[in-house]
Ligand binder design. Sequence first.
Ligand code: F6P
Length: 559
Amino acid sequence: MITIPRPQAEIIPLCERAAWKALRQHHAKIQNVHLRQLFAEDLRRGEHFAFEAVGLYFDYSKNRITDETISLLLELANQSGLRERIDAMFGGEKINVTEKRAVLHVALRTMKDESIKVDGTNVVPEVHDVLDQMTAFANHVRSGQWKGHTGKRVRNVINIGIGGSDLGPVMAYEALKYYSQRDMTFRFISNVDSTDFVEATRDLSADETLFIVSSKTFTTLETMTNARTAREWALQALGDEKAVARHFVAVSTNTAEVKKFGIDTANMFQFWDWVGGRYSMDSAIGLSTMIAIGPDQFRAMLAGFHAMDEHFRTATFDRNLPVLMGLLAVWYNNFFESQTIAVLPYEQYLKRFPAYLQQLTMESNEKHVTLDGTRVEYQTGPIFWGEPGTNGQHSFYQLIHQGTKLIPCDFIGFFQTLNPLGDHHDLLMSNVFAQAEALAFGKTPEEVRAEGTPDWLVPHRTFEGNRPSNVILAERLTPETLGKLVALYEHSVFTQGTIWQIDSFDQWGVELGKVLAQRIIPELEAAEDPSLKHDSSTNALIRRYRKLKGGAARMKKNG
Ligand code: F6P
């Protein structure tokens, strides 16, 4: 039987909450009010709807909101039991009800002297034991003390993982490359497509390469296939089973499977079932990050996460960054019926941040039933997407400025660049401010005409404006800032999931495809034509593949 945590069970269905109904009426009143009018009515709006917390400046004035909108959204948060849900998460309650698990990524960045209990046991000491183990190992590898099988130092680190066991490490490595040990190479293999493996290893020598096999379950098809291929690749070059111990380490919750694979459990870094895959970049899954930037910087990143956790846990909702961001996402998703949110970092190092956020947000909040299994009557999570600025401006910004879809945007920028070069940074940041301004205020037909534009061209050159955005600014991209940014989105996701009354921490939607693939694999590999019992489309596709894959193999042989 599923036990729904007490506070959530008492919550009345979303569409029946008084604040939800009031927001409907309020939306009808303000849906056509233009940001131009709102800014004209309050000359201090830019400061009124903006504040700084934990080192992040958050300007949400260019949203289609009034004070009334915010108080109704805050009321909705209260009526949705957000405070109780936050306390339940930090208190180690099993709020992931379908998997009967606590949700405690916040424990990964808790200070050593604090206590967070799961089933009566304080988990913080274990977290710090693993951090210490990671620290010792990372220092060994970085200093060259950790030797490969032939006695050479490790120069290349390859993380093998997928989903949460890949996206966080890749994103963090790219984001923090500035701080990384530059005489080492870091690569990431995730796709079961052999090209990923081949391209990642083609110019590396096995005797200088360390593989980190990262998988919470240690059963994921892609990761285990790539890990086996890596072992063959290494053994072919090194010719001795003993080499595995020097060239493979594992990050997992599954000791038995790690052993079975042949990795010495002394070289295994543990994490726990109360850490969701997409919430795990600050667990041992971050081992590659720690080797790249060093233990001190990794701990600085954890401190950033922790600062945002504390802000989320303690700040009043009207000055709470993740709460406000989450509520604004609900406002557009459910009242303006916008389908997506664009995340636009004006920082080249954050180029993988939108991809990272896609799993965090969409694996968490794209759910079709509430906690008790009732079909939702409203849209749940928006689609997250984005690219770093200014590149996106020259591809999809046309859509954001003049398309027929409403796309709220998060602009992320920094006061200082890590790589000062002429006036590049001023040019970059001028684009952040200009884009947010252009989206909000647009350009009226009168303004376009006044520039001498012929009448027939005026509609094409008109910008309606009234397109909302948040602007998030920080001093500069440091490990600490990255931690804050990631935790900001984690808790915004939590806020949204609480309003929608869904389980943001399971991911049953990924299971069916995995099961069907397991059934199809032998059908593709069988020597004799198998009897196929799928639908006619799947049967035909499998037959065609079987017929033509041989051709590809022949071509390669002959060519
Ligand atoms: O298929 C989705 C998923 O379960 C993600 O939630 C997870 O991050 C990923 O697969 C990888 O899982 P694992 O770390 O167990 O290999």
